[in-house]
Design a protein around this ligand. Structure first.
Ligand code: ANZ
Ligand code: ZN
Length: 790
């Protein structure tokens, strides 16, 4: 008997599927459509990770099943290839980023193909291809045209190691998302995108999509909408006055405000320079604050520091009391108005500060949420008092967001050039659409300069151009886009990857969008996911796409950790390379194992034993082909096996939809273990259920059964509710031969089970209490008789 040999069968079927063009997808069809997507990989020098395999195998299983269920399925793949990792890799290895990208893509492609994933390779895209980024630039021009892109001199997060400005989303726990170096600050002229204009819609439209709750809440918290009031305080400077607005979410506590705080960057401080009596001290404090990151400053547990502005006072508008004004770094310049009314009795940070500097602490809301010590508002509910007090002092209701406009320029070589020309006479001039793409010039030196200028700035014959408007001397913008730019809209390009008139044809967009299912990493929730939802809304507003949300359903896979429970990392030497696994065990075992390893959305440590278990299981399926009773007709198959078969169909069908791959596979394992005598028909069903997870072996065994077509041209098995049901019978319980009770049990129940059930029944316990049981007589499907000593 032939042994299971994945190396012999896998390449063969991969070629077969490719030659038949099974995964080429039509852009119109009588079948209902399903657009299923996995986040496209970044082709790094490290090659494919087993984490990629987890996501891709899972969604591949969904696609294969959906095709068998009669859907027109689109399952594309491509490369998200601009950005720092490739640039760093290129610098380190002394090859050009474009050559490095080509090399890495070739490797990734070979690896993905060796897994037998059912991607439609004819739609492959690459974000670094000028024909692709032409449209990334085109979207930028549209944003610019609608005043959604602008330049501003702002302090940005600066990674001293990557020598690059970072968006807030790219700073994780105060460190660079890529290299984990603590982030500093640098003031640079930056391109910004007004994502904040879409803040409300980005929150509200989450109601209409099927995303995991944790994804929704992360996005909502990141956007950080907070409703409050802007209240003006009078600042007394000798005998003149100025006005200072503060943002507060608790105007109801205004009577409890005992001092004001300005952020060190607040412009009022500079304006009061001549009036502040302790200017040197203030100035020194402000310099110190500059060195700290936002995270260090806002840390709740940190020691609060500050300096009073001597010679300056403020007037609390609620009670006209004079209060001191401080500068303190726990107030940020980038939020609200950059100044706060401090209420130490009701705000922890203010409390800590007041304790330290001996400032009055005045309670104004009691534990029943009613106002006290607040003049005519005493006794009012705080929720009502909020807006009443705001009105009383002439404040206005305002909404603030944590979300900032998106820093959209990078001072690096390996990115899409921003298609803007700077002209002394005309200012910022968009590159005319007909001149797109603005191609990235091929240069020998692409190291970051570290000065805050892009390496493109020194390529004078690229930089110096004629102004498209006036024809005068002008310069190209030399910053490039962040590595999130290309992934903002890539799912649209798959619909029409060769189109050179538009980012994609309108009919195709109408047919395929919105996407039905999008799987990707949790770590992209407030980055790519948020950015691409925003860009899609913008495209909707300018009439390019038919709906305002791109993804109907989002799921996220958990990480695959190393066998030692740590993150896989070269430095720990614990990385599992999918190539090695495919070589040794075959792609089917790898895929099956990654689906079986545990709940899909949870982080799971790699287990070589688990992998071996899956390999053994596939061997068992292989052996089963020799046990198939070709002449056994189905109604002679044992009833219990056919019942189990139908139960398994139901389980696998439902579990694939709900991401419960591990339980689907264990159901298949149980079925195989019970299938010692199996009819050809039942074995075929079993193979169809296995096919989404282990497509190669399923196809091979299917063809060994004499089938001429592909198993993937078959339709998905249906279960029969009637056949699934356990037969129930009424069993009679006798004590010493007399009828005493009856019990409903499954027909095939064993003697042991019945004994247990019977002896546990209250009635039976009463009858046999205190008596010795001599023997038990069991007649299958009829009765159980307990014989006791009288
Ligand atoms: C008085 C007050 C009393 C406050 C109270 C809170 C509790 P969220 O919910 O995050 O929007 N705040 C305003 N601007 C700030 C800034 N630039 N830097 C640091 N803190 C700032 O928080 C809003 C609250 O954070 C505001 O309401 C303000 O303190 C503070 F019992 O005003 B509150
Ligand atoms: Zn000009």
């Amino acid at each position: 008997m032939e042994q299971y040999n994945p190396q012999r069968i896998e390449a063969k079927w991969q070629k077969f599927w490719e030659k038949k063009g099974f995964y080429k997808t039509e852009d119109s069809s009588k079948k209902p459509k399903k657009y299923i997507l996995v986040e496209f990989p970044y082709p790094s020098g490290d090659g494919l990770h087993v984490g990629h395999v987890r996501s891709y195998s899972a969604l591949d299983a969904v696609c294969r099943k959906k095709r068998m269920e009669g859907f027109n399925v689109l399952f594309p793949i491509g490369w998200d290839a601009f950005g720092l990792p490739t640039e760093n890799y290129a610098i380190k290895n002394g090859i050009h980023p474009s050559a490095a990208t080509g090399k890495n893509i070739a490797n990734f492609k070979r690896q993905l193909k060796s897994l037998g994933l059912s991607f439609d390779w004819s739609r492959e895209i690459n974000t670094t291809d000028p024909e692709y980024y032409k449209w990334t630039q085109w979207i930028f021009l549209k944003l610019f045209e609608k005043d959604m892109a602008y330049q501003a001199e702002i302090p940005v997060n600066w990674c001293p190691s990557c020598k690059i400005g970072l968006a807030n989303e790219e700073v994780v726990d105060g460190a660079c998302e890529r290299c984990h170096t603590p982030v500093g600050e640098k003031t640079l002229k930056q391109w910004m995108i007004r994502i904040t204009k879409y803040a409300d819609r980005l929150i509200d439209d989450l109601k209409n999509v099927d995303f995991p709750e944790r994804v929704k809440s992360q996005e909502i918290n990141w956007i950080g909408k907070s409703e409050g009031a802007e209240i003006k305080f009078k600042i007394v400077i000798g005998d003149t006055y100025d006005n200072l607005p503060v943002f507060t979410t608790r105007p109801d506590t205004l009577f409890g405000c005992t001092y004001l705080v300005l952020s060190p960057e607040h412009s009022l401080i500079e304006n009061l320079k001549l009036k502040i009596e302790n200017w040197d001290e203030v100035q020194k404090y402000r310099k110190e604050a500059k060195k700290k990151s936002e995270l260090e400053r806002t840390e709740l547990t940190k020691d609060k520091t500050g300096v009073e502005l001597k010679g300056i006072k403020a007037i609390n508008p609620a009670n006209n009391e004079e209060i001191p004004v401080f500068v303190a770094d726990y107030v940020l310049s980038s939020y609200g108005t950059g100044a706060i009314m401090a209420v130490p009795a009701h705000d922890q940070r203010d409390f800590d500060f007041a304790k330290k500097y001996n400032l009055p602490i005045k309670i104004v809301v009691d534990d029943k949420e009613r106002l006290v010590d607040s003049g005519k508002f005493n006794g009012m509910e705080s929720d009502v008092a909020k807006w009443e007090i705001t009105k009383f002092v002439g404040g206005k209701k305002t909404i603030n967001y944590k979300l900032r406009d998106w820093v959209f320029s990078r001072q690096h070589y390996w990115g899409e050039p921003i298609p803007i020309i700077h002209c002394l006479k005309c200012g910022q001039v968009p590159v005319p659409e007909k001149d797109l793409p603005v191609e990235l010039p091929y240069v020998e030196k692409y190291q970051p300069t570290g000065t805050g200028e892009s390496p493109l700035a020194v390529i004078t014959d690229w930089v110096n151009v004629k102004c498209p408007k006036c024809g005068g001397q002008a310069k190209r913008e030399t910053d490039t886009m962040p590595n999130w730019a290309g992934s903002n809209w890539y799912y649209l390009r798959y619909l029409d990857p060769k189109n050179n008139k538009a980012l994609a044809d309108v009919k195709k967009i109408k047919y395929w969008m919105p996407l039905d299912w999008y799987n990707g990493g949790m770590e992209h929730t407030t980055l790519h996911l948020l950015y691409s939802r925003f860009v899609y809304k913008f495209l909707y507003d300018i009439g390019i796409v038919p709906s305002s949300e791109p993804y109907q359903k989002r799921t996220s896979h958990g990480m695959v950790l190393a066998e030692d429970n740590r993150k896989m990392s070269k430095s720990f030497g614990n990385v599992i390379n999918p190539d090695d696994i495919v070589k040794k065990f075959g792609a089917d075992s790898l895929r099956l194992y990654e689906m079986f390893m545990g709940p899909f959305d949870q982080a799971i440590a790699w287990s070589t034993n688990g992998l071996r278990g899956c390999y053994r299981f596939l061997n068992k399926v292989w052996q089963l082909q020799f046990k198939v009773k070709r002449d056994l007709v189905s109604h002679l198959e044992t009833k219990s096996l056919s019942r189990l078969l139908h139960q398994t169909i139901k389980k696998v069908t439902e579990d694939i939809e709900s991401l419960n791959y591990n339980t689907a596979i264990s159901a298949l394992m149980i079925l195989v273990n019970q299938s010692d005598q199996i009819t050809k028909n039942s074995f075929e069903i079993l193979l169809k259920l296995l096919a989404p997870f282990a497509p190669h072996i399923a196809e091979e065994l299917w063809s060994n059964l004499g089938n001429k077509n592909s198993i993937f041209e078959e339709s998905w098995p249906k279960y029969d509710e009637k056949l699934m049901q356990e037969d129930k019978i009424n069993l009679i319980i006798q004590i010493n031969g007399k009828f005493r009770d009856k019990i409903e049990v499954e027909a095939e129940i064993s003697e042991g089970e019945v004994k247990k059930l019977t002896l546990n029944r209250e009635k039976v316990k009463q009858w046999v209490a205190g008596k010795e049981i001599k023997k038990i007589i069991f007649i299958k499907n009829k009765l159980i008789n307990i014989v006791c000593a009288e």
